[in-house]
Design a protein around this ligand. Sequence first.
Ligand code: ZN
Length: 419
Amino acid sequence: MNARPKPELTTDLRINGRRLWDSLMEMAKIGATPKGGVCRLALTDLDRDGRDLFVRWAKEAGCTVRVDRMGNVFARRAGRDESLAPVVTGSHADSQPTGGKFDGIYGVLGGLEVIRSLNDHGIDTERAVEVVIWTNEEGSRFAPAMVASGVFAGVFTLEYGLSRADIHGVTMGQELERIGYAGDVPMGKPIHAAFELHIEQGPILEAEGKTIGVVTHAQGQRWYEVEFIGQESHAGPTPMPRRKDALLAAARVIDRVNRIGHEHAPYACATVGMIQNHPNSRNVIPGRVFFTIDIRHPEDAVLAVMDGKVREAVAQIAAESRVEVQRLEQIFYYAPVPFDADCVASVRAGAERFGYSHRDIVAGAGHDACYLAQVAPTSMIFVPCIDGISHNEVEDAKPEWIEAGGNVLLHAMLGRAGR
Ligand SMILES: [Zn+2]
């Protein structure tokens, strides 16, 4: 065996930010939109072209590439001990219809840049290092989102994943076959540690002038559907005290839901995003209103407290407003994800080593890492994006942020892969 000393984790060990940026811009030509964004819907010809480019680059960097049955692509740089579970990073290569150049693909090409940099520095690792493209993260063409990392983690069955269909009835299984990414590698395998690098998709880091978000949790969510029954009557002859105004009751709940969000600052979110008012006529007191409530928090206990407040508010306001609660139903629950403490510490240590300003942060959106966290020690690294805008063609980031995230990923992965 060669007796080369282990390379120290110093700031001399860094990625090539220019190369990462250029790769992102090259990839963004595939599915480029007129306003500077990207449209690469899952398992379309453009998604295949993006995958093909990644596979070519990964092979040029010396990786072996394997594809599992959900079309997840694993590019592997061998370790000294191939019997050990790998250290994994990755994200998604699909986009929203009017998506940006960074969402998802930054985590994929950031991982590739780690491998290219390990090659540049001549560093062997004890464990293999792998970069993954997770299929159909966005859920835009095939619902639900993150379905392929979900199958990998055992949240969904393979049959369920492959049978997801788009609006034309075409299934993921059919499209994987068609574009040549129906792999034969079985789903799931041991992972030593996993990191996902992603733009924040929110405004906090940029507003606070922080370069790195150390992601400690992903938010839990509860979604509800509510229906109030009042009494339709004429807007003129009906005196105010006699009214049973379902829309007024809903309005009071909307205000209260908003205050519940503020009461659990800074991490809580509480939203009424959809409302249907009947009969929706300008001179009829509304007799029936349907609306939705979406509450989020990274701690399950707090989310439960918010749940209690929502239920109490609905009951109390309905009684005061003299309307009937026809329905108050929680239709969706997604448990909060606490990321692995050691992985989170690796990310924080990397940011500190490079002297990057950083803060702990909670992921407000879903990510493949949320499912991966159920089967492997996992955490995420966020970098800012301009004005916090994402899922938009104008989504943008500064090259120095992109480079900083790559450096933190390199050190986090090296720390776990063993030099
Ligand atoms: Zn994403």
